[in-house]
Design a binder for this molecule. Structure first.
Ligand code: CIZ
Length: 461
């Protein structure tokens, strides 16, 4: 069975993986089996949506638009659309065997099992980007994840390595919610309120430090690198905010309002001092006083998967399962995080379950592919998703084995397709922001789980 850690995958038994497969469950529901999914269209093949209208297609980000400048996937050759799942599995396996060490396949926690079973490494976006470094001899890094993740891998890998995203339509609707021009516009408006943004006060702190979540374009990572800012992941958001508050009076946090709010609230920042920045309104829809009093300015972004989790679902889980532990991702809305027993990144969720005594019961608020896989890997526990409706991240879901087989067989034929390349000037500043994150240290006296790459601690957890 695929091992849900950031280590090399140890076993590859498709029969066991298929049992937990979200795709299999969706196909069965579409044929009338019990259960529900947020969009029966998910049972169709992703190539039916490539190059189509400007939405991301069926699933939790169905209503989110693809930005006009985003790459679009071209037509997948017919030979990958007309074969059986077993044939695709065999072709991927054979191409991978032919390529040997020349290729490394990275699989995000939120990928479907039919893809993850071929991955050399499974993990979160940052673990995967750094895992690629452990294979410097690989000419190609095939990133089974979404666009911003492949960009980060390109920034952190060597110039000789080609990073490949099997389906170019695998974007991230949250990352799209903050673009370079809106962030630049915001920055100019903040300068009107706070004065020169590079000018420190008597304590040496500048008016505002920009912090971008890993789930953002390389252009925004570059923006923060250029303006004294830093990148964070959901594993180290608290450490990064501490770093930023040492250098700035306040923080501009984008694109995910929920991660910013939940993390800052756990550090004692009151929600009233966290105004939201709506990029479509003057001053983000705030008054000058709101912004002068602000400690954290939150961009109006969110994850379409994590915003589905509710306090009612938690109440239901508690009513139906005595002793259940509710763990949610910090991209969930604040009331959901407040009602849960703990909140943390995917890495935190995986490690908490691994460390739990046998017989534990967990209700998890994160992407369904990871939850189902954890449930299959840990038969000693009862693990279920807080949301009873099966609704995977629809952009992650665009990486179907058909695309993986295609990019690998192209590599065997000596051709690199779907390469993700970040322009050198953008990559240079983005790398600075990523390196600041890597060297940021938790403050002395920090308590719960605050090492450089550890979970966002939940107040009182
Ligand atoms: O950074 C990642 O991979 C994501 C999307 C979430 C997490 O908590 O790991």
């Amino acid at each position: 069975m695929t091992n849900t850690t950031n280590t090399a995958v140890t076993s590859n038994d498709p029969a066991q993986i298929t049992e937990a497969s979200v795709d299999r469950a969706i196909q069965l529901i579409a044929k009338g089996a019990e259960g529900s999914t947020c969009a029966t269209d998910l049972a169709r093949n992703p190539w039916e949506f490539d190059g189509g209208p400007a939405g991301y297609g069926p699933g939790s980000s169905m209503g989110d638009m693809i930005p006009t400048h985003s790459p679009r996937q071209g037509v997948l050759p017919t030979q990958y659309k007309t074969v059986t799942a077993a044939q695709l599995h065999e072709r991927i396996r054979a191409a991978k065997a032919t390529l040997g060490d020349r290729v490394v396949i990275l699989g995000h926690f939120y990928q479907r099992d039919e893809v993850v079973q071929h991955a050399d490494f499974v993990g979160d976006s940052f673990q995967l980007a750094t895992a690629a470094k452990n294979r410097p001899n690989a000419e190609a890094i095939v990133f089974c994840g979404v666009h911003f993740m492949a960009e980060t891998a390109d920034i952190l890998s060597t110039p000789e390595q080609a990073v490949i995203l099997p389906n170019l339509a695998a974007g991230c609707s949250m990352a799209d919610m903050a673009d370079e021009s809106s962030v630049n516009e915001c920055w100019e408006q903040l300068a009107q309120i706070y004065g020169p943004l590079e000018m420190p006060d008597d304590s040496g702190r500048v008016p505002v430090i920009p912090v971008t979540y890993m789930n953002s374009s390389a252009a925004l990572k570059s923006f923060v690198g250029e303006h004294g800012g830093i990148v964070c992941t959901s594993s180290n958001a608290r450490t990064v905010l501490e770093w930023a508050f040492e250098r700035g009076q306040r923080v501009l946090f984008f694109p995910d309002q929920h991660l910013g709010r939940n993390t800052a609230k756990a550090m004692g920042v009151p929600p009233e001092q966290m105004p939201m920045w709506n990029p479509r309104a003057t001053l983000g829809g705030n008054t000058t006083d709101d912004l002068l009093n602000a400690r954290v300015i939150l961009w109006h972004g969110f994850c379409s998967v994590h915003k589905r989790f509710t306090v009612d679902q938690i109440a239901q889980a508690r009513a139906q399962h005595a002793g259940v532990q509710v763990i949610v991702h910090p991209e969930c809305p604040m009331p959901v995080v407040d009602a849960a027993d703990a909140a943390g990144s995917t890495d935190f969720i995986v490690k908490t379950i691994q460390a739990a005594p046998a017989g534990s019961t967990f209700a998890i608020g994160t992407e369904i592919n990871l939850v189902q896989r954890l449930a299959a890997e840990h038969p000693e526990h009862t693990i279920f998703c807080l949301d009873p409706v099966i609704c995977p991240c629809s952009t992650m879901y665009r990486i179907h084995p058909g695309y993986l087989a295609w990019v690998l067989e192209e590599l065997v034929a000596g051709r690199v397709v779907n390469q993700i390349s970040v322009a050198p000037d953008v990559a240079a500043h983005a790398r600075i922001a990523l390196e600041r994150m890597l060297t940021a240290k938790p403050p002395t006296g920090a308590t719960v789980g605050e090492a450089a790459h550890t979970p966002t601690p939940k107040i009182g957890a």
